[in-house]
Design a protein around this ligand. Structure first.
Ligand SMILES: Cc1cc2nc3c(=O)[nH]c(=O)nc-3n(C[C@H](O)[C@H](O)[C@H](O)COP(=O)(O)O)c2cc1C
Ligand code: SF4
Length: 425
């Protein structure tokens, strides 16, 4: 039996992405028509039943976020779609925007309708130039067909979507930095609270959701929250688009039902990764992005669900699965991760700005046999704790997650580089 699913990605590549007529022929905009006859409360009840966890990385329950915003009386409200997709190894939102932009638009309009929002914004990664053009074409066509703009479907609801281009900063994927950047300010995170549902875009109540989260909304409204839940795991309904890269035979975006597939299936099943390329052995996999944890072959039988991965010390994150074979040095890999965070730290707070630099310095020393001593390991540990406890935003708080987890799985390999000048700490 195939371990794949096409709940969200169905139709990708089979229809002209910007043709409203072809999208409608495949059932497109049926969910919007259904939602137009529902109250905001009824729509949110379905999203809650579906147990949709945010697909951008933080796995926050979408239903709770939507309910919170619904109960805020202040208007206008805004819908913001996070299409920054800056996490290295993540390329699944690109698939949706490239091949199924009308599905994303449908999800955003349903969200807009739920809150009677003023407007929607899609904040797109700066490097996705062609995709920005595709979104604009799809928006134009949806507007001409009456699914966007004034008096949508004769309901009296006016709503339009704007496309905003990012400029290549990873931190602008953090939702409050993204709002600052959308407003034309420097893309640095805001202090929270206040929650963005209360003080968001232009200081007004705002919903921020990831592309995949919003593209899942038509399926939830179309089939109902209960059926969506059944497709996935009892704690988190539906499917997940995963991005397989590294030393697997088959790389790309794959859609799998949550809770029904193991990491072994993902890496070795012929419908998915197809095994390690060149007949080599698996050394480790890195899940959820640069800010996610690393796991070894002993965790291959872990089920791919938010709950099971968390229990195993792993995470779904944005859906990244980077696979590394036996030839890769863990320390060299961690240095690459660390270089990324040094480059992307926005510099606003000291634990992240200086912590990441010190972390990289120590990792470089560790990569030279016998250059680092036991004292360096202790410094490394204190640094990791300070960064995760005291950094201002998620970037600094999770920058050492890979190192922390690699330490558990590859302790011997890391310790082999250390000069034995003290009692081990
Ligand atoms: C440094 C950093 C970068 C992030 N980058 C992204 C991103 O590129 N795309 C995304 O959807 N979420 C990203 N997030 C998570 C967002 O802050 C936020 O949780 C998400 O947009 C909420 O949508 P969701 O609940 O639908 O996942 C990032 C978070 C941090 C701390
Ligand atoms: S944790 Fe890093 S990215 Fe976040 S505010 Fe501090 S310096 Fe900027």
């Amino acid at each position: 039996m195939s371990k794949l699913n096409n709940l969200v990605s169905g139709g990708a590549g089979a229809i002209d992405p910007v043709s409203v007529a072809e999208y409608v022929q495949t059932g497109g905009f049926d969910a919007l028509k259904k939602a137009a006859a529902m109250t905001g409360e009824a729509i949110i009840a379905e999203v809650k039943k579906a147990k949709l966890l945010g697909r951008g990385g933080a796995a926050y329950p979408a239903g709770n976020k939507w309910e919170h915003l619904l109960h805020i009386p202040e208007t206008p409200k805004y819908i913001v779609c996070n299409a920054d997709e800056g996490e290295p190894g993540t390329f699944k939102d690109r698939l949706i925007m490239d091949k199924l932009p009308l599905k994303l638009i449908e999800g955003i309009v349903i969200a807009g309708f739920t809150f009677r929002a003023q407007a929607g914004y899609i904040y797109v990664r700066g490097e996705y130039r062609k995709i920005q053009k595709r979104l604009l074409a799809a928006i134009e066509n949806a507007r001409s067909a009456g699914f966007l703009g004034g008096n949508i479907l004769g309901t009296g609801f006016d709503f339009d979507i704007h496309v905003i281009s990012g400029a290549g900063a990873y931190v602008c994927g953090e939702n409050s930095a993204l709002l600052n950047s959308t407003e034309g300010k420097v893309g640095r995170p805001r202090i929270k609270p206040p929650h963005l549902a209360e003080v968001g875009l232009f200081l007004k109540p705002t919903l921020v959701n990831n592309v995949e989260s919003l593209a899942s909304i038509p399926a939830i409204i179309g089939m109902g929250g209960d059926e969506f839940l059944n497709i996935g795991h009892p704690d988190s309904g539906g499917t997940k688009l995963i991005c397989l890269s590294g030393h697997v035979q088959n790389r790309g975006v794959f859609e799998i039902p949550l809770g029904k597939v193991t990491l072994r299936d993902i890496i070795f099943d012929s419908d998915l990764g197809g095994g390690i390329a060149g007949g080599k052995k698996l050394k480790f996999f890195h899940l959820g992005g640069q800010s996610g944890p690393i796991g070894g072959p002993d965790l291959l039988d872990t089920v791919y669900s938010y709950t099971d991965l968390k229990k195993a010390g792993l995470s779904v994150g944005s859906g990244v699965v980077v696979v590394m074979d036996e030839t890769v040095s863990v320390i060299e890999y961690l240095q690459c991760v660390s270089e990324f965070f040094v480059h992307e730290s926005c510099g606003k707070c000291i634990p992240c700005r200086e912590g990441n630099r010190q972390l990289l310095k120590l990792l470089r020393r560790l990569s030279v046999p016998n250059a680092a001593g036991c004292g360096d390991l202790e410094t490394l540990r204190r640094l990791i704790r300070t960064m995760s406890d005291a950094s201002f935003c998620g970037l600094g708080q999770t920058a050492a997650a890979a190192l922390n987890s690699a330490w558990k799985h590859f302790k011997a390999e890391i310790e082999a580089h250390i000069r034995n000048d003290h009692e081990p700490v």
